[in-house]
Write a protein that binds this ligand. Structure first.
Ligand code: ARG
Length: 597
């Protein structure tokens, strides 16, 4: 099965080829003038330019070859040589019926199934999650669902930050705080009592701030990190406790967001592979000693940048910076565990593709890690992709902060959105008949839809301004608007069922029916584009277009009181088909829809 756009493109391509021109000129696009045409081809212009010929003349040749295509009701050359095409009602009917009968709503799977690992969310032990982790979770979850839907074998991994300097900081802070915990740390004796989430939430920011000012403290934390990594028993026990407490809390937050991982591996899981990795780097002659640290140089010949030294002089240095593998204290660093994780993943899953959904500001880090892994032979060029994203900003255009100037915790953000959603539901007179539990569940879905859709409707690289008022509105391009449309169709279908009406064969005739059928057809293209660019915003755009096409259809074409029973059955089918595709797209965005509201 294939979409109309693709099929027409093939036909137009064949016509170009028959004219002695490249079939690539045959690509068709959805017309930007739906009043004049359904699809258009602009290929004659490009072909004419390349061949030094008249575009209208080329278009005329192509049109001549297409004029007997039974799917086309009208075929015209417009302006300098655009080819405008309008489909017959029969062609649209046939395609709509195909989508109606297809559980996948007209979306084929990929020709070649791949193993794909998606590294996203990346929360850290004890550090509260902030909006950067939120974006990564939302985008990564959507990509995971999209790749899986299209047929790839996909694993989502949270890549828990549980092995770096912050662990040493916590060990020192906990030891200073409580003699019992200090005894566990130093002597591996006694129980760990009273060390819960609130304590971690308090200790970590305190320790991080102190380490910035106090060199002795910082050195203690560095040493503790190294000793933890070398396997000191009491440190390991305390560390396991931190990890457990944090993970339990994080899992709750992810559940609230409908984000689910297949693997909950940590940076620490790569630790056992570091020794082998260091051996591999040595064998390949890649490891160098540099002021007590061990590094891998990843810059190629001639790749340099200017760097200003502390005394103001400017020097030319290689870029990217070398990857720091083992610090002068002997600790594994962020890049160390990332490189070893690539090896770990290769041994356990052997992915064709690894996608890292991480803040754009970590681009240099990934460049270093990827290059090192190509050099040592852990991956091939093109197998590792960093999918950077922009920031979620406050009204001042800077990364979002709370009113007090702190980082906004994910938990508080969700609660804020939920409160706003309750208010919005009341304002709109929605959910009044729901039981208190159902109302809460609906408010939660509205909140999650608001947050996720606001994020996913932008290309991931774009930063956007957090505006909860706008995001939670039931009008405009918002998650709640889409939920409302989905619920509206569900209620229409319930009513039809109650009145004893069933869906029947589709007939596409009216302009609003035609537009709806064309939008249903566009699902396939939206999926392909989102997949190729690793960009869920194309799905978000499609969901919105589908809701709008349905709205127009519903306003123009009476369903329950359609002029004939056949027409009613056809329109019920269109409504049902729209609903299924809508809920499928929303699910790919990670958005669940309620039954009623
Ligand atoms: N924990 C990191 C952070 O909070 C993100 C981890 C991203 N993934 C990775 N493989 N480095 O910044």
């Amino acid at each position: 099965m294939s979409d109309l756009k693709g099929l027409l493109g093939e036909a137009v391509g064949a016509a170009f080829a028959a004219e002695g021109l490249s079939a690539d000129y045959g690509r068709v696009t959805v017309s930007d003038r739906p009043d004049l045409a359904d699809f258009q081809s602009n290929g004659a212009l490009a072909a004419a330019k390349a061949a030094g010929r008249n575009p209208r003349e080329i278009a005329a040749g192509v049109v001549e070859r297409l004029k007997d295509d039974p799917r086309l009701a009208a075929l015209e050359i417009a302006g300098p040589g655009f080819i405008n095409m309008r489909l017959t009602g029969a062609a649209l009917t046939e395609r709509a019926a195909e989508i109606a009968a297809d559980r996948r709503s007209g979306a084929p799977t990929v020709a070649e199934q791949r193993r794909v690992l998606i590294d996203y969310a990346g929360p850290n032990v004890a550090k509260p999650m902030h909006v950067g982790h939120l974006r990564s979770s939302i985008i990564g979850e959507s990509l995971k669902r999209l790749f899986r839907f299209l047929g790839d074998e996909v694993l989502g991994d949270a890549h828990f930050g549980d092995w770096g300097f912050q662990m040493g900081l916590l060990i020192v802070a906990a030891s200073d705080e409580n003699p019992g915990w200090a005894r566990v740390a130093e002597a591996d004796e006694g129980e760990i009592e009273g060390l819960g989430l609130e304590v971690l939430d308090r200790l970590y920011p305190m320790a991080a701030a102190r380490a910035k000012e106090d060199k002795d403290y910082r050195d203690r934390a560095r040493r503790a990190t190294m000793e933890l990594q070398s396997g000191k028993a009491g440190y390991l026990r305390l560390w396991r406790h931190f990890v457990e407490v944090s993970r339990t809390a994080l899992k709750r937050e992810f559940k609230a967001l409908d984000v689910e991982f297949d693997l909950w591996k940590g940076e620490s899981d790569a630790d056992p592979l570091i020794a082998q990795m260091v051996e591999d780097l040595k064998t390949k002659g890649l490891l160098e000693l540099d002021q007590g640290a061990q590094i891998v140089r990843v810059a190629r010949e001639g790749e340099t940048k200017k760097k200003k030294l502390d005394d103001g002089t400017v020097v030319v240095v290689p870029t990217p910076d070398p990857l720091l593998v083992i610090s002068s204290e002997g600790s594994a660093m962020y890049g160390t565990t990332d490189l070893a994780t690539i090896l770990d993943r290769r041994q356990s899953f052997d992915p064709h593709l690894v996608l890292y959904v991480v803040d754009q500001r970590q681009a240099d880090h990934f460049e270093q890690v990827f290059r090192a892994s190509y050099l040592v032979g852990y991956a091939e060029q093109g197998q590792l992709e960093h999918l950077g994203f922009g920031t979620m900003n406050g009204p001042d255009g800077k990364p979002f902060k709370t009113r007090e100037g702190g980082v906004l915790k994910l938990h508080d953000l969700i609660e804020m959105a939920r409160e706003k959603a309750r208010q919005r539901l009341h304002e709109a007179g929605l959910g009044a008949e729901l039981s208190p539990e159902d109302f809460e569940a609906t408010a939660h879905k509205v909140a999650v839809a608001a947050i996720k859709f606001a994020d996913l409707q932008n290309f991931r690289g774009t930063s956007y301004i957090f505006d909860l008022d706008r995001f939670t509105s039931f009008e405009g391009k918002t998650g709640p608007y889409l939920l409302y449309q989905s619920v509206r169709i569900k209620s229409l279908l319930r009513k039809a069922e109650a009145e004893g009406h069933a869906a029947g064969p589709v007939v596409v005739e009216e302009p609003a029916e035609r537009e709806l059928a064309l939008t249903l057809d566009a699902f396939d293209a939206a999926l392909s584009e989102a997949y190729a660019k690793r960009a869920p915003n194309f799905l978000a755009e499609h969901a919105y277009r589908l809701a709008q096409s349905f709205s127009k259809f519903y306003a123009a074409c009476p369903v329950l009181i359609a002029p004939t029973p056949e027409l009613r059955a056809s329109r019920l089918n269109l409504a049902q088909t729209t609903l299924r595709q809508m809920d499928t797209v929303l699910a790919l965005l990670g958005i669940a829809t309620p039954e009623r509201m």
